[in-house]
Ligand binder design. Structure first.
Ligand SMILES: [Zn+2]
Length: 437
């Protein structure tokens, strides 16, 4: 039995509260304990409260002094495209010259160029690149990552991507890459990071319907996804969710409904990329389908918001992609919060439209561009995000019985996480009570 105590945090941000996603004014309630402490046994939170209380029964617990620092649940990133090969530097430069996402895709860039590189990469190669990406997330304080396939678009390549995710979860022991990039620390933490669990947990999502391969019509490809890919994904239990890119030039509402219905039949929960570039009624579709989340929503109107509310679908907002695409059309976060939606924030980490693994950067964008408060942004990227990946009972807040996934930040006030932007304030990261960074 190993035990660990974190003491004297200037702010211990617990996010304690009802056992469900937070809505309305609940998003502002962080459950902060000043001079707070946690007692952890076997990776679980056994006690949490003021340091004086926790100190009474320390036993043989290893002590971490978090004086002058904020302790927060590890971020849960509910929307990423973690596994891909290469980068999209040429697209980035084209966009800087003024070309649009759609123009770049037509000229041979965009998703297709990443598909070609990802198909060409071996499983081992992809795994190495994905480990590197996962390590970036850890350095930003993220301990759980939803990750989508979608850069394979053939049976074998989609399965290859999902197997990489499975391997990441299976190899959640310290890897060389993680050890090398460990942030040196002056803090009195006497735990050897080299012997601990390393990578964040991956929540796998099948996104075979991400783009349409060359030489196929959308309908032909869709039939192929449903008949050939989905059954394999289901039989090998490679994904928990199914997603679709519902957008002009990709999959329309009817086609999206088809793939999501088929996925539901084989037991997958549903997410969707909707209303990003056009308001096509995607939010309403996901509400009709009983999806867990509707993601993007930059163009969603009041009717879409009302539909999501009625069906209890969580909106996943991705301001990093709006920013990186050079757009100013952010989703209507305030209206969604006021309508009672359990808003989630995520990075949309991907090589084309959102090359950032940084949840603190997303917090900054949420506050400056979408007028969310720092507290609302933190709730949206921890406990609400945890519910959106069906893990609200285990992670997302620091409460008795939950996993001890938490981050110590080099700041005294949790609002600083959204305020200082472009600079990681991460001091150390713990997964199931073990230091991983
Ligand atoms: Zn995405």
């Amino acid at each position: 039995m190993t035990s660990l105590a974190v003491l004297r945090a200037s702010e211990l941000v617990t996010l304690s509260g009802p056992k469900r996603p937070r809505i309305g004014t609940e998003l502002s309630s962080l459950g902060i304990i000043r001079n707070g402490g946690i007692l952890i046994r076997d990776g679980m939170i056994e006690k949490i409260g003021p340091t004086d209380e926790i100190e009474k029964n320390l036993g043989d617990a290893e002590i971490i002094d978090a004086r002058g620092r904020v302790v927060l649940p590890g971020f849960v990133d509910a929307h990423t495209h973690l596994v891909f090969a290469g980068n999209r530097l040429d697209d980035f430069e084209r966009r800087a010259r003024g070309e649009t996402y759609e123009q770049i895709a037509k000229a041979g860039g965009g998703i297709w160029s990443t598909v070609e590189k990802t198909r060409a990469a071996s499983e081992l190669d992809l795994l190495a690149q994905a480990k590197n990406h996962a390590n970036w997330f850890l350095r930003c304080g993220t301990t759980t990552i939803e990750a989508k396939s979608g850069y394979g678009l053939t049976v074998e390549d989609e399965l290859k991507i999902l197997r990489v995710m499975r391997q990441l979860n299976a190899s959640r022991r310290a890897s060389d890459g993680i050890r090398e990039s460990r942030i040196p620390s002056k803090a009195p933490v006497a735990i050897d990071a080299a012997e601990t669990e390393a990578a964040p947990e991956i929540v796998p999502t099948f996104l075979g319907a991400h783009a349409i391969p060359r030489g196929m019509s959308p309908d032909e490809y869709l039939e192929f996804v449903i008949a050939e890919m989905l059954p394999r994904v289901a039989v090998e239990k490679l994904a928990e969710f199914c997603d679709v890119f519902c957008e002009r030039g990709y999959f329309n509402i009817d086609q999206s409904r088809k793939i999501l219905s088929a996925a539901k039949k084989v037991g997958l929960s549903l997410r969707g990329h909707v209303d990003q570039l056009t308001n096509s009624g995607g939010a309403k579709l996901l509400a009709d389908m009983g999806a867990t989340t509707a993601d993007h929503l930059e163009q969603t109107d009041e009717q879409g918001i009302a539909a999501l509310k009625k069906a209890n679908v969580q909106p996943v907002l991705l301001p990093g992609s709006v920013y990186a695409l050079g757009s100013s059309r952010y989703p209507r976060a305030r209206e969604m919060i006021e309508a009672g939606l359990a808003v989630v924030l995520a990075t949309d980490f991907n090589p084309g439209s959102s090359p950032t693994p940084s949840m603190p950067m997303v917090l900054s964008l949420a506050c400056t561009q979408m007028k969310m408060s720092p507290a609302e942004a933190i709730t949206a990227s921890t406990v609400n995000a945890a519910y959106s990946v069906n893990r609200g009972d285990k992670i997302g807040s620091l409460e008795i019985g939950k996993l001890a996934n938490f981050v110590i930040f080099d700041c005294e006030d949790s609002r600083e996480l959204a305020y200082w932007f472009g600079m990681p304030l991460t001091h150390s990261v713990f997964v199931k009570g073990e230091r991983v960074l």
